[in-house]
Design a protein around this ligand. Structure first.
Ligand code: F6R
Length: 250
């Protein structure tokens, strides 16, 4: 794992955006693996503001990590809508080139279809990842098999609690999602994981220096040959020499 600590969260997001641009510059028909969530908003913002000039975006294809089960594509909190608002509308990305699981389809069949599409069009050249406070990547919660493929999953209570902030007051996120599996994610040629803020520090320390265990999904990245972890100082604060943090409760 290559670790890069940037001076602040904005610069960490900018670094992730420039990794995306470098990938597209070196391979204009690159397959990008995209993520959503609060961490990625400034990445797409920086990409649009600083990286798109002169960049040919007409041939890229993308596969998102996940989508909530039960939300229609036009729901304000669906990841379809997120991607439209934060990236796709601005770059004129059409539906034929951008893939996101369909939250309204039969989950088992949709997961199978998505995995097959990834196998056919992949591998993903550059996969962007955020990190859950409980160590999840995509929506692969603690306990997810390292051999897992795209599938329907139950979200951890802590994940629903944390993502509540994106939903209208009183509305909880759906209980289930379709997510690329851990083995699906690991097929990517390059992985860039971005984590910022103190709330991620413990998960970052366990991901980088802790035991490789299915209880800490992101720890699997220790075994991937091409992973870059981009951090701000707050997220990196658990990485000084010292004891590895105890497993997270819950
Ligand atoms: C999003 C995703 C999740 C998030 C993670 C961090 O597509 O798969 O793994 O990256 O939950 O979310 P934020 O950035 O909101 O803290």
């Amino acid at each position: 794992m290559k670790l890069t600590v940037l001076p602040d969260a904005g610069q960490a997001a900018k670094a992730a955006a420039s990794r995306m641009a470098e990938q597209i510059r070196s391979k204009p028909n690159a397959v990008l693996g995209l993520a959503t969530g609060g961490t990625m908003e400034p990445v797409y913002e920086a990409f649009l503001r600083h990286e798109t000039k002169g960049l040919d975006l007409t041939q890229i294809r993308s596969f998102n990590l996940d989508e909530y089960i039960g939300l229609p594509a036009d729901h304000p909190q669906s990841y379809h809508r997120y991607m439209q608002e934060h990236l796709f509308d601005q770059i004129g990305m059409d539906a034929g080139r951008s893939h996101i699981p369909n939250g309204l389809a039969d989950p088992t069949l949709e997961a199978r279809r998505y995995e097959a599409a990834l196998l056919e069009q992949g591998p993903v050249d550059l996969q962007l990842l955020g990190l859950g406070r409980n160590g999840h990547i995509g929506f692969n919660e603690p306990g997810s098999p390292f051999s897992s493929l795209t599938r329907a999953v139950d979200l951890a209570e802590s994940t629903r609690e944390s993502n509540k902030r994106f939903f209208k007051e009183g509305n909880l996120p759906p209980e289930r999602a379709i997510t690329m599996g851990i083995a699906t994610i690991l097929r990517a040629q390059h992985i860039v994981l971005l984590a910022v803020g103190e709330a991620k520090a413990e998960a970052v320390a366990r991901m980088v220096a802790g035991e490789v265990t299915e209880e800490m999904p992101a720890s699997v990245l220790q075994g991937h040959a091409q992973v870059e972890v981009l951090l701000d100082p707050a997220a990196a604060q658990g990485l000084q020499d010292g004891p590895i943090p105890k497993p997270l409760a819950g």
